[in-house]
Design a protein around this ligand. Structure first.
Ligand code: KG4
Ligand code: ZN
Length: 354
């Protein structure tokens, strides 16, 4: 099955074509096209994503990207017959105006191509992103993707889904069965990175900027709190940590920003890794799966890889290009929805849960 997917839940306009085969126990994917057009430059002056601007840009960009897709960037611009069997679009969660831009475009496309249209949960996209093949065998650092043949041995797996809008810990018993163990009570991990970056006068999106600056800082320099690390539940809270950074900066205006970035990042990582591994222990999990935009953070990847090794469980991460928002993961989730006979209404739902 050839799936054409569209993703516009936030500030990336993305379109992908994925060839999917195999059953629910052994799905296989071949990436044909993966195009992402980022709006970062447009939102940067505002320090975050402006929903109305995002919608306008998606509406403007989608026809342009689709045109580009028809000349297959993956095949060096050769024109080819796209002919998908299915069109898929993200319906939530995300910014509703932005989601609607994608849904409207997908509806028109599905009518034009005379192919069915399916709505996809963005979080399921992140969840299945580790099923996508890796570009290189040296995918840094330490993690691996799920190979169809290894599907049997990874469950139960503890999934840490960390993005700009979500921080969720799940216990997954199979590719179709999972349970939420806990989630953030306030800011998501990515959101905390973005807000702290703003305090440190770094551009949006803050995650990659903090990671870059943290490389030359000392993670032990400032002892920021580790919120909820010792609590016996699987929930998170990052807004107090952000406030601690604010107060520290207020009281120490000459503080080294690299040390602040490194210490803040370490605090977030300690909490994420600590809680994930406690879940691994409690539920006798066989592996840990990391996904979502914050999974692009190499220090977090290394740290979770190291902890997984210590606990003698597998560590699964998506290929570097599939951590942050993309349409290939949406196509993969669409295929899983088809296999699961799951249907979502074709309307934007900003608060859709997993
Ligand atoms: O999954 P994603 O692309 O969009 C949402 O679904 O929210 O995640 C975006 C988030 C942003 O908050 C961004 O700052 C964060 O992921 N992020 C990172 C890194 N790259 C992206 N956070 C920490 N380190 C990174 N390298
Ligand atoms: Zn996302």
């Amino acid at each position: 099955m050839k799936i054409l997917a569209i993703e516009t839940s936030c500030d990336e306009t993305a379109v992908a074509v994925l060839e999917a085969s195999g059953g629910i126990k052994k799905p296989k994917f071949k990436i044909l096209e993966n195009i992402i057009s980022s709006q970062i430059k447009i939102h940067q002056p505002f320090g975050g994503v402006v929903p109305s601007l995002a919608k306008r840009e998606h509406t403007k960009n989608l026809p342009l990207i689709y045109k580009k897709l028809l000349r297959s960037p993956a095949k060096g611009g050769k024109s080819y017959n796209l002919k998908p069997n299915l069109v898929a679009v993200t319906v939530g969660p995300g910014l509703e105006p932005a989601l609607w831009a994608g849904i409207e475009f997908a509806k028109a496309l599905s009518a034009k191509l005379k192919k069915p249209l399916i709505g996809v949960n963005h979080l399921e996209g992140h969840l299945y992103s580790s099923l996508l093949p890796s570009k290189s065998s040296k995918n840094p650092p330490d993690g691996r993707q799920i190979k169809a043949k290894s599907l049997k041995i990874i469950f139960p797996t503890i999934v840490l889904l960390v993005s700009g809008g979500h921080t969720v810990l799940l216990k997954m018993d199979s590719l179709t069965k999972w349970k939420t163990l806990g989630e953030t009570r306030d800011d998501a991990a990515g959101e905390a990175f973005d807000k702290v970056a703003r305090l440190l006068k770094l551009p949006y999106p803050g995650g990659p900027e903090i990671e870059k600056l943290a490389k030359i800082g000392n993670p032990m320099a400032i002892d920021f709190p580790r919120p909820m690390l010792k609590d016996k539940n699987y929930d998170f809270s990052f807004s107090g940590l952000k406030t601690s950074v604010l107060y520290h900066l207020r009281d120490n205006p000459k503080e080294n920003t690299a040390d602040m970035a490194a210490s803040f990042q370490q605090s977030v990582i300690d909490v994420l890794v600590g809680k994930t591994m406690r879940a691994v222990d409690n539920f006798n999990a066989k592996s840990v799966m990391l996904c979502g935009g914050v999974a692009a953070n190499k220090t977090l990847r290394k740290s979770l890889a190291g902890a997984s090794k210590k606990y003698r469980v597998g560590f699964i991460v998506p290929d570097m290009r599939f951590n942050t928002d993309n349409a290939t993961m949406i196509a993969a989730a669409a295929y899983m929805s088809v296999l699961r006979k799951k249907k979502l209404p074709l309307k934007a739902n900003g608060n859709l849960g997993i």
